[in-house]
Design a protein around this ligand. Sequence first.
Ligand SMILES: Nc1ncnc2c1ncn2[C@@H]1O[C@H](COP(=O)(O)OP(=O)(O)OP(=O)(O)O)[C@@H](O)[C@H]1O
Length: 262
Amino acid sequence: MTANLNDKPLLSARNLGKHYGQRLGCRDVNFDLYEGEVLAVVGESGSGKSTLLGLLATELSPTAGAVHYRMRDGETRNLFDLSEADRRFLLGTDWGFVRQDARDGLRMGVSAGGNVGERLMAVGGRHYGRIRDTASDWLNRVEIEPERIDDLPKSFSGGMRQRLQIARNLVTHPRLVFMDEPTSSLDVSVQARLLDLIRGLVSELGLAVIIVTHDLAVARLLSHRIMVMRQGRVIETGLTDQVLDDPREAYTQLLVSSVLAA
Ligand SMILES: Nc1ncnc2c1ncn2[C@@H]1O[C@H](COP(=O)(O)OP(=O)(O)OP(=O)(O)O)[C@@H](O)[C@H]1O
């Protein structure tokens, strides 16, 4: 019988680690991520979450280990052996990256429609009318009035900017989306609405997501699995509800009971 590709992980980290000179960023990170799976990485400030995300998204070079990724053609490659062109292809089409600060994820000098359309053009979209229609459709999906299509993101509220960032990232139907504290810069009421939107889109599009958050409520709402980091290492991992309801490690128990400032 032919193996179902979906039985294989989309991404596998093996003994992944990074030191910044003498300082430990993260070490010995091992996990598999499957299509459609949402993995939350949680831990206190300085525990290595951003370092890990940077490594997975190939923005940082590891000092140890590998990350294997199943490309669209079914071939599994070590991300750190990819050519610059392959890397750019992944970043521009197959992956999304939703940043904590929308200014880092959007082109602030380009209209809302341009921000979304640009990613479509990167995957070969050439027909101006169709690109504009798709952009307008995506603005609608993220609850931005399509009449705002020609407005610059700087005229948008924080919540709207984050929603625009999400549209820009999802328009190419990526298979994997990295999210770095996507809601933490927003007011609590705005956060709830954005989380709802993210949850709906992730499930509708069957996205695999790796989300870094210090907010366990965000992890609870969005993720299937959770990885708890402390001092650069993964100290506990498992199904989100299981880990949060019945943490094995004393440190996770403290984190859950909010004794630690996450
Ligand atoms: N560019 C860098 N140069 C040197 N050390 C760094 C660098 N970036 C991170 N570190 C160190 O690596 C460790 C892990 O930091 P990292 O930013 O990955 O943690 P984090 O869990 O994402 O923290 P936060 O939630 O505050 O963003 C820390 O000790 C940090 O000081």
